[in-house]
Design a protein around this ligand. Structure first.
Ligand SMILES: NC(=O)c1ccc[n+]([C@@H]2O[C@H](COP(=O)([O-])OP(=O)(O)OC[C@H]3O[C@@H](n4cnc5c(N)ncnc54)[C@H](O)[C@@H]3O)[C@@H](O)[C@H]2O)c1
Length: 339
Protein backbone atom coordinates (compact mmCIF):
# COMPACT_ATOMS: atom_id res chain seq x y z
CA UNK A 1 0.00 0.00 0.00
CA UNK A 2 1.19 3.56 -0.70
CA UNK A 3 0.10 5.86 2.11
CA UNK A 4 0.05 9.64 2.31
CA UNK A 5 0.71 10.42 5.98
CA UNK A 6 -0.07 14.03 6.85
CA UNK A 7 1.38 15.51 10.02
CA UNK A 8 4.23 13.01 9.54
CA UNK A 9 6.79 15.19 11.36
CA UNK A 10 4.66 15.47 14.51
CA UNK A 11 4.53 13.28 17.60
CA UNK A 12 2.06 10.52 16.64
CA UNK A 13 2.44 10.93 12.86
CA UNK A 14 6.17 10.18 13.01
CA UNK A 15 5.54 7.13 15.22
CA UNK A 16 3.00 5.95 12.65
CA UNK A 17 5.49 6.36 9.79
CA UNK A 18 8.03 4.25 11.71
CA UNK A 19 5.33 1.67 12.48
CA UNK A 20 4.25 1.25 8.85
CA UNK A 21 7.79 0.96 7.47
CA UNK A 22 8.71 -1.52 10.21
CA UNK A 23 5.59 -3.70 9.95
CA UNK A 24 4.83 -3.65 6.21
CA UNK A 25 7.93 -4.25 4.08
CA UNK A 26 6.10 -3.70 0.78
CA UNK A 27 4.46 -0.38 1.78
CA UNK A 28 5.61 3.09 0.80
CA UNK A 29 4.97 6.27 2.76
CA UNK A 30 4.82 9.84 1.55
CA UNK A 31 4.91 12.30 4.46
CA UNK A 32 3.26 15.72 4.12
CA UNK A 33 3.75 18.26 6.87
CA UNK A 34 3.65 22.05 7.08
CA UNK A 35 6.38 22.00 9.75
CA UNK A 36 4.60 24.34 12.13
CA UNK A 37 6.18 24.95 15.56
CA UNK A 38 5.18 21.34 16.38
CA UNK A 39 6.63 19.69 13.28
CA UNK A 40 10.20 18.48 13.63
CA UNK A 41 12.27 16.72 10.97
CA UNK A 42 14.38 15.21 13.75
CA UNK A 43 11.33 13.03 14.49
CA UNK A 44 11.84 11.38 11.10
CA UNK A 45 15.61 10.83 11.40
CA UNK A 46 15.24 7.03 11.60
CA UNK A 47 13.37 6.78 8.28
CA UNK A 48 14.83 9.67 6.28
CA UNK A 49 17.17 7.44 4.28
CA UNK A 50 14.66 4.64 3.73
CA UNK A 51 13.98 4.44 -0.04
CA UNK A 52 10.32 3.62 0.75
CA UNK A 53 9.87 7.02 2.43
CA UNK A 54 9.41 10.43 0.82
CA UNK A 55 8.59 13.84 2.30
CA UNK A 56 6.91 17.02 1.08
CA UNK A 57 6.59 20.20 3.11
CA UNK A 58 3.17 21.78 2.68
CA UNK A 59 -0.29 22.61 4.01
CA UNK A 60 -3.17 20.11 4.01
CA UNK A 61 -5.44 23.07 3.18
CA UNK A 62 -3.50 23.73 -0.06
CA UNK A 63 -5.82 22.06 -2.60
CA UNK A 64 -3.32 22.31 -5.47
CA UNK A 65 -0.55 20.58 -3.56
CA UNK A 66 -2.83 17.98 -1.98
CA UNK A 67 -4.31 17.21 -5.42
CA UNK A 68 -0.80 16.53 -6.74
CA UNK A 69 0.49 14.31 -3.93
CA UNK A 70 -2.76 12.33 -3.69
CA UNK A 71 -2.53 11.00 -7.25
CA UNK A 72 0.31 8.68 -6.32
CA UNK A 73 -1.09 6.90 -3.23
CA UNK A 74 -3.77 4.38 -2.20
CA UNK A 75 -4.79 5.93 1.13
CA UNK A 76 -4.52 9.08 3.24
CA UNK A 77 -3.97 9.00 7.01
CA UNK A 78 -4.49 12.47 8.45
CA UNK A 79 -2.57 13.31 11.61
CA UNK A 80 -2.01 16.95 10.58
CA UNK A 81 -3.75 19.33 12.95
CA UNK A 82 -3.34 22.13 15.40
CA UNK A 83 -3.34 20.04 18.56
CA UNK A 84 -2.99 22.01 21.78
CA UNK A 85 -6.15 22.98 23.68
CA UNK A 86 -4.47 25.93 25.42
CA UNK A 87 -3.32 27.38 22.11
CA UNK A 88 -6.86 26.95 20.71
CA UNK A 89 -8.11 29.28 23.43
CA UNK A 90 -5.55 31.87 22.30
CA UNK A 91 -6.08 31.49 18.51
CA UNK A 92 -9.20 29.51 17.53
CA UNK A 93 -9.07 30.53 13.85
CA UNK A 94 -5.88 28.56 13.19
CA UNK A 95 -7.66 25.48 14.54
CA UNK A 96 -10.69 25.91 12.27
CA UNK A 97 -8.38 26.26 9.26
CA UNK A 98 -6.22 23.21 9.89
CA UNK A 99 -8.72 20.90 11.57
CA UNK A 100 -11.81 21.62 9.44
CA UNK A 101 -10.77 23.22 6.13
CA UNK A 102 -7.63 21.06 5.96
CA UNK A 103 -9.70 17.89 6.47
CA UNK A 104 -12.18 18.99 3.82
CA UNK A 105 -9.33 19.53 1.34
CA UNK A 106 -7.98 16.03 1.97
CA UNK A 107 -11.47 14.55 1.61
CA UNK A 108 -11.84 16.14 -1.81
CA UNK A 109 -8.56 14.55 -2.87
CA UNK A 110 -9.68 11.17 -1.46
CA UNK A 111 -12.96 11.42 -3.35
CA UNK A 112 -11.39 12.46 -6.66
CA UNK A 113 -8.77 9.72 -6.54
CA UNK A 114 -10.94 6.96 -5.01
CA UNK A 115 -8.77 6.64 -1.87
CA UNK A 116 -9.54 5.45 1.65
CA UNK A 117 -9.05 8.26 4.15
CA UNK A 118 -8.47 7.74 7.86
CA UNK A 119 -9.14 10.80 9.99
CA UNK A 120 -7.23 10.75 13.28
CA UNK A 121 -9.60 12.32 15.80
CA UNK A 122 -9.70 12.49 19.57
CA UNK A 123 -11.78 11.39 22.57
CA UNK A 124 -12.08 15.09 23.38
CA UNK A 125 -14.94 15.32 20.83
CA UNK A 126 -17.17 13.68 23.49
CA UNK A 127 -16.45 16.50 25.94
CA UNK A 128 -16.76 15.89 29.68
CA UNK A 129 -17.94 12.34 30.45
CA UNK A 130 -19.38 11.97 33.99
CA UNK A 131 -17.72 9.62 36.44
CA UNK A 132 -18.91 6.02 36.05
CA UNK A 133 -19.86 6.58 32.39
CA UNK A 134 -17.82 5.57 29.32
CA UNK A 135 -18.40 7.00 25.85
CA UNK A 136 -18.84 4.41 23.12
CA UNK A 137 -18.84 5.45 19.45
CA UNK A 138 -22.56 6.38 19.56
CA UNK A 139 -22.16 8.76 22.49
CA UNK A 140 -23.12 12.36 21.60
CA UNK A 141 -20.32 14.67 20.47
CA UNK A 142 -20.24 17.60 22.88
CA UNK A 143 -16.89 19.32 22.30
CA UNK A 144 -16.18 22.18 24.70
CA UNK A 145 -12.90 23.77 23.53
CA UNK A 146 -12.08 25.35 20.16
CA UNK A 147 -9.63 22.46 19.63
CA UNK A 148 -12.17 19.70 20.21
CA UNK A 149 -14.91 21.60 18.35
CA UNK A 150 -12.66 21.89 15.29
CA UNK A 151 -11.75 18.18 15.53
CA UNK A 152 -15.47 17.33 15.74
CA UNK A 153 -16.08 19.58 12.72
CA UNK A 154 -13.42 17.67 10.78
CA UNK A 155 -15.08 14.37 11.73
CA UNK A 156 -18.53 15.55 10.66
CA UNK A 157 -17.05 16.62 7.34
CA UNK A 158 -15.74 13.05 6.94
CA UNK A 159 -19.11 11.53 7.77
CA UNK A 160 -20.88 13.89 5.35
CA UNK A 161 -18.43 12.94 2.60
CA UNK A 162 -19.08 9.27 3.23
CA UNK A 163 -22.84 9.79 3.05
CA UNK A 164 -22.97 12.28 0.18
CA UNK A 165 -20.22 11.01 -2.12
CA UNK A 166 -19.57 7.49 -0.80
CA UNK A 167 -15.99 8.54 -0.02
CA UNK A 168 -14.33 5.68 1.88
CA UNK A 169 -13.64 7.23 5.30
CA UNK A 170 -12.79 5.78 8.72
CA UNK A 171 -12.23 7.69 11.96
CA UNK A 172 -10.22 6.96 15.10
CA UNK A 173 -10.91 8.76 18.38
CA UNK A 174 -7.74 8.44 20.41
CA UNK A 175 -7.22 9.00 24.12
CA UNK A 176 -4.42 11.11 25.65
CA UNK A 177 -1.17 9.85 24.19
CA UNK A 178 2.35 10.01 25.61
CA UNK A 179 5.75 8.69 24.60
CA UNK A 180 8.97 9.83 22.94
CA UNK A 181 9.03 13.04 20.85
CA UNK A 182 5.89 14.77 22.16
CA UNK A 183 6.24 18.55 21.94
CA UNK A 184 6.97 19.85 25.44
CA UNK A 185 3.86 22.03 25.74
CA UNK A 186 1.65 19.02 26.60
CA UNK A 187 1.25 17.99 30.23
CA UNK A 188 3.61 15.04 30.53
CA UNK A 189 6.59 16.29 28.46
CA UNK A 190 6.19 19.81 29.90
CA UNK A 191 6.32 18.52 33.46
CA UNK A 192 9.11 16.02 32.82
CA UNK A 193 11.31 18.69 31.22
CA UNK A 194 10.42 21.30 33.87
CA UNK A 195 11.28 18.82 36.62
CA UNK A 196 14.58 17.94 34.94
CA UNK A 197 15.45 21.65 35.19
CA UNK A 198 14.08 21.98 38.76
CA UNK A 199 11.42 24.40 37.54
CA UNK A 200 7.90 24.58 39.02
CA UNK A 201 5.22 22.28 37.61
CA UNK A 202 2.14 24.47 36.99
CA UNK A 203 -0.83 22.16 37.71
CA UNK A 204 -4.18 23.58 36.58
CA UNK A 205 -6.71 23.96 39.42
CA UNK A 206 -6.88 21.08 41.88
CA UNK A 207 -5.25 18.68 39.37
CA UNK A 208 -8.07 16.18 39.81
CA UNK A 209 -9.02 16.15 36.12
CA UNK A 210 -9.23 12.59 34.81
CA UNK A 211 -7.59 11.49 31.55
CA UNK A 212 -7.17 8.13 29.87
CA UNK A 213 -3.52 7.51 28.88
CA UNK A 214 -1.82 5.38 26.25
CA UNK A 215 1.57 4.91 24.61
CA UNK A 216 2.19 6.50 21.22
CA UNK A 217 3.25 3.18 19.68
CA UNK A 218 0.00 1.56 20.79
CA UNK A 219 -1.91 4.48 19.27
CA UNK A 220 0.02 4.17 15.99
CA UNK A 221 -0.67 0.41 15.80
CA UNK A 222 -4.39 0.98 16.37
CA UNK A 223 -4.58 3.60 13.61
CA UNK A 224 -2.90 1.16 11.23
CA UNK A 225 -5.34 -1.63 12.14
CA UNK A 226 -8.32 0.62 11.50
CA UNK A 227 -6.85 1.81 8.19
CA UNK A 228 -6.52 -1.78 6.95
CA UNK A 229 -9.56 -3.44 8.57
CA UNK A 230 -11.97 -0.75 9.80
CA UNK A 231 -15.49 -0.66 8.32
CA UNK A 232 -16.09 2.24 5.95
CA UNK A 233 -17.99 5.15 7.49
CA UNK A 234 -17.32 3.99 11.07
CA UNK A 235 -15.49 5.51 14.04
CA UNK A 236 -13.33 3.55 16.52
CA UNK A 237 -12.38 4.67 20.02
CA UNK A 238 -8.70 4.05 20.78
CA UNK A 239 -7.50 3.88 24.39
CA UNK A 240 -5.62 1.64 26.78
CA UNK A 241 -8.09 2.05 29.68
CA UNK A 242 -5.55 3.77 31.95
CA UNK A 243 -7.68 6.33 33.74
CA UNK A 244 -5.64 8.58 36.04
CA UNK A 245 -6.10 11.93 37.74
CA UNK A 246 -3.58 14.48 36.47
CA UNK A 247 -2.12 14.91 39.93
CA UNK A 248 -1.40 11.18 40.17
CA UNK A 249 0.38 11.38 36.82
CA UNK A 250 2.48 14.28 38.13
CA UNK A 251 3.36 12.32 41.28
CA UNK A 252 4.42 9.33 39.14
CA UNK A 253 6.67 11.57 37.01
CA UNK A 254 8.35 13.05 40.09
CA UNK A 255 8.83 9.63 41.59
CA UNK A 256 10.48 8.29 38.43
CA UNK A 257 12.81 11.32 38.32
CA UNK A 258 13.43 11.27 42.06
CA UNK A 259 12.34 14.91 42.34
CA UNK A 260 10.37 16.45 45.24
CA UNK A 261 6.63 17.13 45.22
CA UNK A 262 7.46 20.65 46.37
CA UNK A 263 8.01 21.48 42.67
CA UNK A 264 4.21 21.31 42.18
CA UNK A 265 2.45 24.69 41.93
CA UNK A 266 -1.34 24.80 41.66
CA UNK A 267 -2.21 27.63 39.24
CA UNK A 268 -5.38 29.15 37.74
CA UNK A 269 -7.29 26.49 35.83
CA UNK A 270 -7.79 26.38 32.04
CA UNK A 271 -11.17 27.99 31.17
CA UNK A 272 -13.81 25.34 30.39
CA UNK A 273 -11.39 22.56 31.39
CA UNK A 274 -13.08 19.19 30.78
CA UNK A 275 -13.15 17.36 34.09
CA UNK A 276 -13.08 13.82 32.82
CA UNK A 277 -12.74 11.80 29.62
CA UNK A 278 -14.09 8.26 29.82
CA UNK A 279 -13.79 5.95 26.85
CA UNK A 280 -15.35 2.59 25.93
CA UNK A 281 -12.88 0.79 23.63
CA UNK A 282 -14.85 -2.47 23.27
CA UNK A 283 -15.40 -2.05 19.55
CA UNK A 284 -11.72 -1.81 18.64
CA UNK A 285 -10.81 -4.70 20.89
CA UNK A 286 -13.67 -7.05 19.93
CA UNK A 287 -14.19 -6.23 16.26
CA UNK A 288 -10.57 -5.67 15.24
CA UNK A 289 -8.72 -7.62 17.96
CA UNK A 290 -6.59 -4.68 19.13
CA UNK A 291 -4.87 -4.64 22.52
CA UNK A 292 -2.23 -2.26 23.86
CA UNK A 293 1.27 -3.66 24.36
CA UNK A 294 2.16 -1.62 27.43
CA UNK A 295 0.54 -1.16 30.83
CA UNK A 296 0.36 2.19 32.57
CA UNK A 297 3.74 2.11 34.34
CA UNK A 298 5.61 0.95 31.22
CA UNK A 299 3.90 3.73 29.27
CA UNK A 300 4.83 6.45 31.73
CA UNK A 301 8.34 5.22 32.49
CA UNK A 302 9.25 4.75 28.82
CA UNK A 303 8.15 8.34 28.22
CA UNK A 304 10.02 9.85 31.16
CA UNK A 305 13.16 7.85 30.42
CA UNK A 306 13.21 9.00 26.78
CA UNK A 307 13.31 12.67 27.82
CA UNK A 308 16.06 11.93 30.32
CA UNK A 309 18.08 10.21 27.58
CA UNK A 310 17.41 12.80 24.85
CA UNK A 311 18.06 16.28 26.27
CA UNK A 312 19.25 17.60 22.87
CA UNK A 313 15.81 16.95 21.38
CA UNK A 314 13.84 18.94 23.94
CA UNK A 315 16.48 21.55 24.75
CA UNK A 316 16.61 22.60 21.09
CA UNK A 317 12.92 23.50 21.45
CA UNK A 318 12.82 24.86 24.98
CA UNK A 319 16.07 26.81 24.91
CA UNK A 320 16.43 27.81 21.27
CA UNK A 321 12.95 28.22 19.79
CA UNK A 322 11.35 31.58 20.66
CA UNK A 323 7.96 30.14 19.64
CA UNK A 324 8.13 27.85 22.67
CA UNK A 325 9.40 30.59 24.99
CA UNK A 326 6.75 33.11 23.88
CA UNK A 327 4.01 30.57 24.35
CA UNK A 328 5.27 29.48 27.78
CA UNK A 329 5.42 33.06 29.00
CA UNK A 330 1.96 33.84 27.65
CA UNK A 331 0.40 30.71 29.11
CA UNK A 332 2.18 30.42 32.45
CA UNK A 333 3.93 33.74 33.18
CA UNK A 334 1.04 35.35 35.06
CA UNK A 335 -0.25 32.05 36.43
CA UNK A 336 3.10 31.26 38.06
CA UNK A 337 3.38 34.83 39.33
CA UNK A 338 0.03 34.24 41.05
CA UNK A 339 -1.81 36.94 39.06
N1 LIG B 1 -1.45 13.85 21.34
C1 LIG B 1 -2.57 13.30 21.77
O1 LIG B 1 -2.72 13.02 22.95
C2 LIG B 1 -3.69 13.01 20.78
C3 LIG B 1 -4.75 12.21 21.21
C4 LIG B 1 -5.77 11.90 20.30
C5 LIG B 1 -5.72 12.38 19.02
N2 LIG B 1 -4.70 13.18 18.64
C6 LIG B 1 -4.68 13.64 17.23
O2 LIG B 1 -3.57 13.03 16.60
C7 LIG B 1 -3.05 13.89 15.60
C8 LIG B 1 -1.56 14.09 15.82
O3 LIG B 1 -1.36 14.67 17.10
P1 LIG B 1 0.10 14.95 17.67
O4 LIG B 1 0.00 14.89 19.13
O5 LIG B 1 1.07 14.10 16.95
O6 LIG B 1 0.29 16.45 17.23
P2 LIG B 1 1.59 17.34 16.94
O7 LIG B 1 1.19 18.73 17.27
O8 LIG B 1 2.80 16.73 17.56
O9 LIG B 1 1.78 17.19 15.37
C9 LIG B 1 0.94 17.80 14.44
C10 LIG B 1 1.69 17.85 13.11
O10 LIG B 1 0.82 18.40 12.12
C11 LIG B 1 1.54 19.37 11.37
N3 LIG B 1 0.57 20.33 10.84
C12 LIG B 1 -0.18 21.22 11.54
N4 LIG B 1 -0.98 21.92 10.71
C13 LIG B 1 -0.73 21.45 9.45
C14 LIG B 1 -1.25 21.77 8.17
N5 LIG B 1 -2.18 22.71 8.00
N6 LIG B 1 -0.77 21.08 7.11
C15 LIG B 1 0.18 20.11 7.26
N7 LIG B 1 0.71 19.79 8.45
C16 LIG B 1 0.25 20.44 9.54
C17 LIG B 1 2.55 19.98 12.33
O11 LIG B 1 3.64 20.57 11.67
C18 LIG B 1 2.94 18.75 13.16
O12 LIG B 1 4.03 18.07 12.59
C19 LIG B 1 -3.86 15.17 15.66
O13 LIG B 1 -4.85 15.12 14.66
C20 LIG B 1 -4.49 15.13 17.04
O14 LIG B 1 -5.73 15.82 17.05
C21 LIG B 1 -3.67 13.50 19.48
Amino acid sequence: MRILVTGAAGFIGSAYVRHVLHEHAADRVLGLDLLTYAGNMANLAEVRDDPRFGFVQGDIADAGLVGQVATDVDAIVNFAAETHVDRSLLDPEAFAKANVIGVMTLLEAARTNGLRMLQVSTDEVYGHVPSGDAANEHYPLRPRSPYSAAKAGGELMCQAHGTSYETDVVITRGANTIGPRQYPEKLVPLFVTNALQDLSLPVYGDGRQVRNWMHVEDHAAAVDLVLRHGASGEAYNVGADNERENLDVVHAILERLDKPRSLIRHVADRPGHDRRYGLDTTRLREELGWAPHRDWLQTLNDTVDWYVANPDWWQSIREHDPRFQDYYERQYGQRLAGV
